[in-house]
Design a protein around this ligand. Sequence first.
Ligand code: HXC
Length: 262
Amino acid sequence: MPDTTAYTDILVADPAPHVRQITMNRPKQLNALSANHLNEIVAALELAAEDDEVRAVVLTGGEKVFAAGADLTEMAKRDIATTLKGTRDRAWEGVRKFPKPLIAAVNGYALGGGCEIAMHCDIIIAGDTAKFGQPEVNVGIMPGAGGTQRLARTVGKSLAMKMVLAGEMIDAESALRAGLAVEVVPHEMAVERALRLAATIAQKPPIAVRLAKEAVLKSYDMTLENGLDFERRAFTILLATADMKEGVAAFLEKRKPTFQGR
Ligand code: HXC
């Protein structure tokens, strides 16, 4: 476990073997993603990426709010010159390029940047109180951290347009129907369910998991032909891993495998 005493806006814990939990924790501002808040999340993800003990990460917020979007008090002071420096874009890139499985447990509002950070995650578990929305249009802007692209690809054009143009939120059941969330559970179970899923993934061979995540994400921006080539190469690499030998041997010997990430 890294020293997390320096964080002011997040909590970091290792609640199960190989599983890290990052909790957004600015409750007074409804977990609005200030620069510091986002930077702390990215710093925690970087540590998790480097740490061989961590095999899956759960990102969550509070019981009532996952995250209410970019911090509008900071946004009020932003201008084109500072925004063009790209500091915030580089922070989002840190989330986008996180190489290990990242699971969002969403309760309450996931709005604007909050919905976008959930969509950066590989899997979204929604509590039954979850509300997803891209209300940026209400304050004169539009999604700026992938919302238009990821929503359209995930929920389809019509619903994406409704959320982005009208700023209307959808509830957990609608998110489930639209494929944005993979499961809806009672709100008090959302974190627990996400942690259980993370623990299941953490028992799998880490290199296979990492390459499989990369391959699935490639499907978003590659042609089928190129994606299939990527998959074939990734598959071939896995044949050279000790974990593949262990996995197959364990199956044949009818025992549980022990994966080392090698
Ligand atoms: C800063 C925020 C905030 C935000 C809420 N607060 N959202 N502060 N940035 N995004 C603050 C409020 O000002 C208030 O502070 C306190 O949190 C409680 O909020 P209320 O509005 O009183 O709570 P409630 O009535 O329960 O309404 C909840 C809410 C609403 C529906 C989530 O707060 C809301 O609509 N928030 C804005 C959501 C939004 O527009 N998000 C998109 C932001 S733009 P005080 O001090 O009064 O107690 C964005 C762009 C991303 O995300 C681009 C990425 C590059």
